[in-house]
Ligand binder design. Structure first.
Ligand SMILES: C[S@@+](CC[C@H](N)C(=O)[O-])C[C@H]1O[C@@H](n2cnc3c(N)ncnc32)[C@H](O)[C@@H]1O
Length: 389
C-alpha cells in the first residue's frame, strides 16, 4: 500500500513497512540531522519539513503512519500531556487524515500515554478516530518479541475505515520468553537515572531513549558478570532497533556525533513496524478474544479496541510472536567502552544514596570497576575486572 509518513525521524516505521511490502511516498520530518539520514536511506521520496505546513497527502495514500512526538507523554519527559506543544502535534494527523479519508492510520507512542492524566491522550485519540468513522485497536508490543535484546514497550494503534483492526492486531499471541538468571548472563541498566530507577533488564538493554535525566542522550550500560561494566557502541544500538549498523552515520554531517543516540532512541523498532505492516491488508483472523467492557472512566489496559460498537479491553501479551532471542553478550559486535570513571562515580553515589533495589553482586562489581578505573589499570586496555594495586 501507499504510505504517507509524518514525524518520520530516521525512518524506523517506514523501513519496517517497506519490509512488509508497503511503499512510502512522502516523508515529513523537521529535524535536519534526521533529514540527513532520510535523504541517504530513502532517496527520491517526496519530502516536507514541518507537518504544520502540509496541506494534503499524496493522491492515493492508503496508510498514514505517525510515530508522533512523545516528549510530553513519556515518563522521562515533561509530562505536559497531549495538549503539550510537541505531542499536541497529533492533531495534525487528524487534520490531514480528514481531508483525504485515508483508509488506514498507524500510530506509535510510549505506553505512559495510557496512564498520564488518567489516559487523556489515548482517550482523545480514540474519541477523534471514532468521530471520523474509524474502527481502532491498540496493543502494547515489546521489541524483545522479535528476538532483539532490547526491552522496549511501545503502543501500536491501528485504525481503519475499511476493516476491523481488532481482527488483525490480536491474531497472534505468545507467552513472553523473559530470561531468568543464568550464570554470567549480561544485564542492562540505566546509569543516568540513578535515583529514579535502574531500568534493569536481564539479558537485554533497557529501552534506548532519545533523552536522559543528565540532559544528553546516552547509551544504557551493561554489566557482564566476571568481566566489567560497559556501554555499547552506537552501531550496536542501531542494530538493537533493527537497523543496519551505521544507519544514522549520515547525521554526522548535520549534527555532532553524539546526536545519533537521540535519533536511535526516538525511533520505532524496525521489526515491530514490519510485523504491524504485514497485518495491514493481510488475511483477517477471527480469534476468540478474551475481552471485557472498557469502563468509560476506568484505567486504560495494555490492549483494547473500539469503533462503532462498544470499547473492549483485550487480554493478550506484549509478545505477538516469540522469535528465538539472541543473548545480549553475543549480540553486541562492536567494541564496548568501559563505563568511565566519572560516570561510574556519579552512578555509584546515586545508587548507594537512593532507595533503589539491587543485588550485592552488582554493587561489588561496580566498586571493582570503579577501583580499576581510579587505579587506571584499564586505561591501557586491561579489562576492568583486574585487581586494583
Ligand atoms: C518520536 S520521533 C519519531 C521517530 C520515527 N518514527 C523513527 O522511526 O525514527 C518524532 C519525530 O517528530 C519530529 N517532529 C517534531 N515536530 C515536527 C513537526 N512540526 N513537523 C515534522 N516533524 C516533526 C521530530 O523531529 C522527531 O523526529
Amino acid at each position: 500500500m501507499k504510505v504517507a509518513s509524518l514525524f518520520s525521524g530516521i525512518g524506523g516505521m517506514e523501513l519496517g513497512l517497506a519490509k512488509s511490502g508497503h511503499a512510502t511516498s512522502l516523508l515529513v520530518e523537521i529535524d535536519p540531522a534526521a533529514n540527513a539520514v532520510l535523504s541517504a536511506r530513502f532517496p527520491g521520496i517526496e519530502r516536507a519539513a514541518d507537518v504544520r505546513d502540509s496541506t494534503t497527502l499524496p493522491a492515493g495514500t492508503e496508510i498514514l503512519a505517525a510515530g508522533f512526538p512523545c516528549q510530553d507523554l513519556s515518563q522521562a519527559g515533561q509530562t505536559a500531556g497531549i495538549q503539550g506543544s510537541r505531542s499536541g502535534l497529533v492533531g495534525e494527523v487528524f487534520r490531514l487524515a480528514a481531508k483525504s479519508r485515508v483508509p488506514w492510520i498507524l500510530f506509535e507512542n510510549v505506553p505512559f500515554m495510557l496512564q498520564l492524566n488518567r489516559g487523556e491522550a489515548i482517550r482523545q485519540i480514540v474519541d477523534e478516530l471514532e468521530a471520523m468513522g474509524y474502527a481502532w485497536a491498540y496493543r502494547k508490543i515489546d521489541t524483545r518479541a522479535f528476538g532483539l535484546p532490547q526491552r522496549r514497550e511501545r503502543i501500536f494503534l491501528l485504525a481503519s475505515l475499511a476493516a476491523n483492526p481488532a481482527e488483525l492486531l490480536f491474531a497472534d499471541d505468545h507467552e513472553p520468553a523473559i530470561p531468568t538468571g543464568r550464570p554470567g548472563m549480561a544485564c542492562g541498566f540505566y546509569w543516568t537515572e540513578g535515583t529514579r530507577g535502574l531500568g534493569w533488564a536481564a539479558d537485554a538493554v533497557p529501552t534506548l531513549k532519545g533523552g536522559s535525566s543528565v540532559g544528553i542522550p546516552s547509551p544504557p550500560a551493561s554489566w557482564i558478570p566476571g568481566d566489567g561494566i560497559y556501554t555499547p557502541d552506537i552501531r550496536d544500538c542501531e542494530r538493537l532497533q533493527g537497523f543496519d549498523a551505521d544507519w544514522t552515520k549520515p547525521a554526522e554531517g548535520a549534527a555532532r556525533p553524539g546526536y545519533r543516540w537521540k535519533l536511535v532512541g526516538n525511533a520505532v523498532s524496525v521489526p515491530a513496524a514490519e510485523w504491524v505492516g504485514a497485518l495491514i491488508g493481510g488475511a483477517r483472523t477471527r480469534v476468540p478474544l478474551r475481552t471485557l467492557p472498557l469502563a468509560p472512566e476506568g484505567k486504560w489496559p495494555n490492549a483494547a479496541f473500539g469503533g462503532s460498537g462498544a470499547r473492549r479491553a483485550v487480554s493478550c501479551s506484549t509478545w505477538p510472536v516469540a522469535v528465538k532471542p539472541i543473548p545480549l553478550a553475543g549480540f553486541l559486535q562492536y567494541p564496548l567502552r568501559p563505563l568511565s570513571e566519572r560516570a561510574a562515580t556519579g552512578f555509584h553515589s546515586r545508587l548507594t544514596s537512593g532507595r533503589l533495589r539491587y543485588s550485592p553482586e552488582f554493587r561489588e562489581a561496580l566498586e571493582r570497576h570503579l577501583a580499576a578505573a581510579i587505579s587506571g589499570c584499564w586505561r591501557t586496555g586491561t579489562p576492568p575486572s583486574c585487581s586494583p594495586p
